[in-house]
Write a protein that binds this ligand. Structure first.
Ligand code: AGP
Length: 607
């Protein structure tokens, strides 16, 4: 997730406006920043890696001539955050500048074809291919808008782009597909941005651009056309009645709720990971004598789910280990035949990095799954995959957890395929179901959020909760417990549902809330028995069930129905979403700040 912004002013300099607008988009990405302006038929570009303030201090981003310009603040996905990979990107002749938010899945083949036709690339990014494609179309006599359209018709993936060119110095051409793009309309200026906060201080009149639409910004007017058939679209600006602070959260009261709602689009991004890195990771896992999945907190819960995925799909035993325990538990035994997959959203968690260092010193292979390109984990891992969830501002991990599960399930599936442990029919079914996950989660959020808010209201004064699940749902129970504890400060216990009779059931008294995660998998029958034993002692049963599960619904005091027909190994992805919403609304009911819970930091860089 990156932030793009640009403007055409009637008069005055565009650069300072772009600089302050990018600051408002910094939550969308902040590992590098750049601006390009057009003045007297020339391009002027300043860009570098680093946070906006750092780059501004070095280069003075306000000091660029011209009343037209585009800017970009980056969250790296393809190409580490180096100056050369910073947007804007240009064509061979440096007459065209492009900024882009999204993922171009077919950039490798487009780049190869362009290089074969003599184009010279400067960066490792997917974005740069757009600049060279437009360059080719322009030399073919098309207008800038037509050239952009033709270029985008060759692109597979998601994009929100803006293009300027010295060949048409009074225009900005923008287009979008799946990545957000809005236009701000003011008396003496036109703006475009990834998000409304960027121009809200300048105008509250906004035009939302729809998928596969191109918009041509000219002096004081804009023209919208459909990319497929070039049909003209008439769309008037709407008035936005948000405050700036609300706009940064896109109208949500907290970043955590915004990020819960972002999960469908994040999961779509994790379905666009670069094949070669997933294949390389799979190879290292396949060849390992033993595989450790090392992480902390929510990432550890993802690793527990992953261990079930690897076991059930690839018949491969993996060992999820809490990072702070790794050195004590395995520091002496880990060796050259060991592979360590470190999972860390931030890529900076000290406990996880310490475990990696210990393994590296004993010649083990270290791999990484992270959300932050350029983080320490990406530098120490032999191979890493970036999950492409975009910045997660809320301290509680939500969208990054489901993205981690998606990536880990893809790795387990690849390993199963490679080892021939799974039939083609099963592979196709799982791949299809993984593609359906974004829509399944979208439906859960749309149809169950209000009911979860009511359930939180009902149980807000309870002083302790159990979260119980069997099999892979044990990982979901752990994550639901962690969310409730960390943002609503409610003590909670999570354990495999079969364990109750070995001790914890002694805590049960009438009205004690027990949350059961009950997908219709192999554990379904035994979970019913576990529910009965709790019910018999007066517990209040809150059950997450698949649609139509009348048997468990009849036993529960409250229930939430999730889509049915889910593959067992993918069930944690949708089943965790109601628990995220439950924890969020419990925090709100208990007057806690879900975004900044007490005593916690987003990235724990101390051991
Ligand atoms: C999860 O909600 C917490 N924020 C915390 O447990 C977090 O998952 C843990 O600190 C690990 O962080 P990482 O994924 O960045 O390594």
């Amino acid at each position: 997730m990156c932030g793009i912004f640009g403007c055409i002013l009637k008069n005055g300099n565009a650069a300072p406006i772009i600089h302050s607008a990018l600051k408002k988009l910094e939550y969308r990405g902040y590992d590098s920043v750049g601006t390009a302006t057009v003045y007297k038929n020339k391009l002027f570009i300043k860009k570098d890696k680093g946070k906006i303030d750092e780059v501004h201090a070095l280069h003075n981003l306000d000091d660029l001539p011209g009343r037209i310009g585009i800017g970009h603040t980056r969250w790296a996905t393809h190409g580490a955050p180096y100056q050369v990979n910073t947007h804007p990107h240009t064509d061979c002749k440096e007459q065209i500048a492009v900024v882009h938010n999204g993922i171009i899945e077919n950039f490798a083949e487009l780049k190869m074809e362009l290089e074969e036709r003599g184009h010279v690339f400067r960066s490792k990014t997917d974005t740069e291919v757009i600049a060279h494609l437009i360059e080719e179309k322009l030399t073919g006599g098309l207008t800038l808008a037509e050239a952009a359209r033709e270029a985008l018709r060759q692109v597979v993936g998601s994009y929100a782009i803006a293009v300027v060119s010295v060949t048409e110095p009074d225009k900005i051409v923008c287009a979008r597909k799946e990545s957000p793009l809005v236009v701000g309309v003011a008396e003496n200026a036109l703006y475009f941005a990834s998000d409304i906060p960027a121009f809200l201080p300048l105008t509250n009149r906004s035009v939302v651009i729809q998928d596969e639409e191109i918009i041509i910004l000219n002096d004081g007017e804009y023209e919208i056309r459909k990319i497929p058939d070039w049909e003209l679209v008439k769309r008037e600006p709407e008035v936005i009645d948000w405050t700036s602070e609300m706009a940064e959260k896109q109208g949500y009261p907290h970043f955590m709720l915004k990020e819960i709602h972002e999960q469908p689009s994040c999961l779509r991004s994790t379905l666009r990971l670069q094949d070669q890195f997933l294949e390389l990771m799979t190879t290292f896992i396949d060849r390992a004598g033993e595989v450790f999945l090392v992480a902390c907190g929510t990432s550890h819960n993802a690793c527990i789910a992953a261990s079930y995925m690897f076991s059930k799909l690839a018949l491969s035993a993996t060992h999820p280990v809490i990072a702070s325990e790794f050195v004590e538990q395995h520091g002496k035994s880990v060796n050259i035949d060991s592979t360590l997959l470190a999972v860390s959203q931030s890529g900076e968690t000290a406990d996880t990095l310490a475990a990696l260092e210990c393994a590296r010193q004993r010649a083990a292979t270290v791999l990484g799954l992270t959300n932050v390109v350029g983080s320490t984990l990406t530098r120490v891992a032999r191979v890493y995959v970036c999950q492409q969830s975009g910045p997660e501002i809320g301290v509680a991990a939500t969208k990054t957890f489901t993205s981690q599960l998606s990536v880990l399930s893809q790795l387990a599936l690849r390993l199963a395929k490679r080892r021939g442990k799974i039939s083609h029919v099963e592979i196709e079914d799982l791949e299809e179901k993984l593609k359906q996950m974004p829509d399944i989660i979208e439906r859960i959020i749309q149809t169950k959020e209000e009911k979860l808010r009511q359930i939180a209201k009902k149980y807000k004064d309870k002083r302790c909760f159990f979260f119980l699940g069997r099999g892979i749902s044990y990982a979901v129970a752990l994550e639901g417990r962690l969310k409730l504890m960390e943002i609503a400060y409610v003590p909670a216990i999570a354990y495999p549902a079969g364990e109750s009779k070995h001790g914890p059931i002694s805590l049960i008294e009438p009205g004690f809330p027990v949350i059961f995660i009950c997908p219709k998998d192999d554990t379904h029958k035994t979970v019913i028995g576990n529910i009965m034993e709790m019910k018999a002692r007066g517990a209040s049963i809150i059950a997450l069930v698949e649609e139509g599960d009348e048997e468990i619904k009849s036993l529960a005091d409250d229930y939430i129905e999730i889509a049915t027909g889910l593959p067992e190994v993918l069930s944690p992805i949708p089943f965790v979403v109601p628990l995220q919403l439950f924890a969020y609304y419990m925090a709100v009911e208990r007057k806690c700040d879900p975004d900044m819970p007490r005593n916690l930091a987003k990235s724990v860089t101390v051991k």
